[in-house]
Design a binder for this molecule. Structure first.
Ligand SMILES: *Cc1c(COP(=O)(O)O)cnc(C)c1O
Length: 365
């Protein structure tokens, strides 16, 4: 879709991203761990993929085939990894555009095998193991081993690269050394059955970096798939108190334009019903205040709790699909329509902002 004008605008600082990418790459390399750099948080933006490729990640990854195809078409050479279980309806594109996928269903694996043979390719697969978080993956060892043997012995179009797990996605389970050891144990059951060692045991995502920081990663884990820990580098500090001061947390700036500036009461006037999207809202009476409306809304960032005014004296009061209401009573400088307000963002709002057709994305080198 065409965007008009310059706002709302999301600025992505590629230097900051590059710093984080190199930092994570180095930390993992030091621990003997390969990394897939996960780009889905930025909508698979190609300039970000370029940064990840330069940092030397072993694979670039996304949960959306469209993003991976775009990377490939734009000249990315690094191996591409699909990190959502492929849909049967997209198997042809999976084999065409990416080198590796994460899998948990025999039916999908058989279809990938047939398609790989048809396209004259060997498609790499990682079997997902559910160690308790209850998102994707085999939960039963016999089922896992049985499927691994079928891939190994009956599917020449596939290369069984190893296993992987997800934690902290649905079930809020931590990547404890114990949970990851379970993955290793189940993988060793496969290795015994197929008579060889697998290349990768992929021990999770950003949260598994805690095992590297703490120095207690189970010996055989040799691969992670990391998105947030590079793109934002915020979660491990905010949720688990890790020191992330060596990483750049300022890679993104959302800019929005003020379209109205008026003194208004803080308590709505009239009979009360519901607000936008049928939400029941509570309002605090702060008297008459100077308020600004910025031309950006939930359609762009999801929830206004995931964006943060950068300047003192600007407070978010609420928002609807396309309007963000700001209390600017305490802002020290005069404001007028046309002025730009800046926000920092988190992972959740980044996902929406980079997917919105109305947000202009620009890059700072
Ligand atoms: C999103 C995702 C990742 C990356 O997660 P982060 O927390 O952003 O590091 C890794 N693996 C899978 C399967 C995912 O879906």
């Amino acid at each position: 879709m065409q965007t008009y004008g310059s706002y709302p605008q999301l600025i992505i600082d590629l230097k900051a991203l590059s710093h984080n990418a190199e930092y994570v790459k180095e930390k993992c390399e030091g621990a003997g761990i390969d990394v897939a750099g996960v780009l889905k948080g930025t909508g698979g933006a190609v300039p970000c993929a370029d940064v990840f490729e330069k940092a030397g990640f072993n694979q670039l990854a996304s949960s959306r085939i469209e993003q991976l195809a775009r990377m490939k078409k734009s000249g990315i050479k690094a191996p591409l990894m699909m990190i959502r279980i492929p849909m049967l309806s997209e198997v042809r594109e999976i084999v065409k555009w990416c080198d590796i996928s994460l899998n948990s269903e025999l039916k999908v694996l058989r279809s990938l095998n047939e398609e790989a043979l048809r396209q004259n390719k060997r498609h790499g697969v990682i079997l997902m193991v559910d160690v308790g978080d209850l998102r994707e993956g085999f939960i039963d060892t016999d089922d896992l081993v049985d499927t691994a043997c079928k891939v190994e012995n009956e599917m020449p179009g596939l290369e069984l690269l190893g296993t992987g797990t997800d934690v902290g996605c649905y079930g809020s389970i931590l990547p404890s050394a114990g949970s990851l050891q379970k993955l290793v144990d189940m993988t060793e059951a496969i290795e015994e059955a197929i008579g060889r060692k697998v290349k990768y045991i992929s021990g999770g995502a950003t949260s598994s970096l805690m095992r590297i920081f703490d120095g207690d990663m189970p010996e055989r884990i040799n691969h992670l798939r990391i998105g947030e820990g590079i793109l934002m580098a915020r979660d491990l500090e905010v949720f688990y108190g890790y020191d992330m001061s060596e990483m750049r947390q300022d890679a993104y700036t959302l800019k929005a334009e003020i379209v109205e500036l008026k003194k208004k009461p803080s308590l709505p006037i009239g009979e009360s019903g519901v607000a936008a999207f049928g939400r029941h809202q509570v309002y605090e009476d702060r008297g008459v205040r100077l308020r600004a409306i910025a031309a950006v809304g939930k359609v762009d960032y999801g929830s206004h709790e995931d964006i943060f005014p950068k300047e003192e004296g600007i407070e978010i009061m609420g928002s609807s699909s396309d309007h963000l209401i700001l209390d600017v009573e305490n802002y020290p400088k005069p404001l007028s329509p046309g002025d730009i307000v800046e926000f920092s963002i988190d992972y959740a709002s980044m996902v929406y902002l980079t997917a919105s057709d109305n947000v202009k994305i620009s890059y700072r080198n």
